[in-house]
Design a protein around this ligand. Sequence first.
Ligand code: SAH
Length: 338
Amino acid sequence: MKNLFGLDLAELESELSGEKKFRSKQIAEWIYLKNVRDFESMSNLPKNFRSKLSENFSIDRAEMISKLESKDQLTTKFLLRFSDGVAIETVAMKHDYGNSVCISSQAGCSMGCKFCASTLKGIERNLTAGEMLDQVLFVKEFFDGKLDSLVVMGSGEPLLNFDNLTKFLRMLHDLVGMSYRSMTVSTSGIIPRIHDLMKENFPITLSISLHAPLDDLRSELMPINKKFPLRDLIETGKIYADQTGRRVTYEYILIENLNDSPEIAGILAKLLKNQLASVNLIPINPVLERGFKRPSRERIEAFARILNSRGITATIRKEMGADINAACGQLRNKFLDK
Ligand code: SAH
């Protein structure tokens, strides 16, 4: 049976080519707006049409295997499994400014960043647009329909799954009604794909994972830096901000005695001056296999102060969900322990 979930409007229309065109729109509304999982519930479709749909098509959704809630109840992590058995983690977060979802773009990850859990077992496969949308709709339902924003910061490198990613963003905008301004895509810095993203002209926020302002150090932490070095990456960020008018956010994990010194803060400030950018400082979250340590609160604040005093807006990211391994860099293909 052909799965309709994940098809955009044009694809639905071609799948249902013998039918009246507006039927596809109705079906898309049931599937993507009303979160309906069976054809029988689509009450504005003729009964015989519904039966025909049930005989020929399916609406395949991920299955929730487990769910973990943080002690403060602000973060919930779901392990979702797709029909081929591949599983990924998705995180739902309640902030003062609204509800958000952090989705995975790949099962596993090929980037090999030294501080991150998602890449420990390499890449399993890309997720389809439908599988990304599935995570969003799942969390939207969990929040009783009140979902305000999306971050593509779960496992995977979204820009290495470019076509599925852009199809997903478009569907989320066109069919679910989320504004592009409420979406953020985070990348480890795949320069040619950042240029491609620019051409799409989505007013989304681009987040670049930086983590070090010196090539040697960055290459050590993020092997991708050998292919796309800092200078070119920062230049690309600048072009992106200039062309889109959108501020680029640079993510910077702070790791004790590695990239957290006042001197390095100064180098970072220099690197980012003259561009529409802000820095999101992330005190590193522990990953069992990795062994990096988080700096003291004083050292983190000192780092932020240096950036701010040199005109670079820097904020310290509020930690969420670390007690359930749901924080940045802690997502995997399956739950570790709890
Ligand atoms: N591959 C993309 C998308 C994943 S985003 C990217 O690299 O941007 C995940 C964010 O969490 C990135 O900024 C990543 O660098 C950060 N992260 C990874 N491991 C972390 C850890 N142990 N502690 C804190 N943040 C981490």
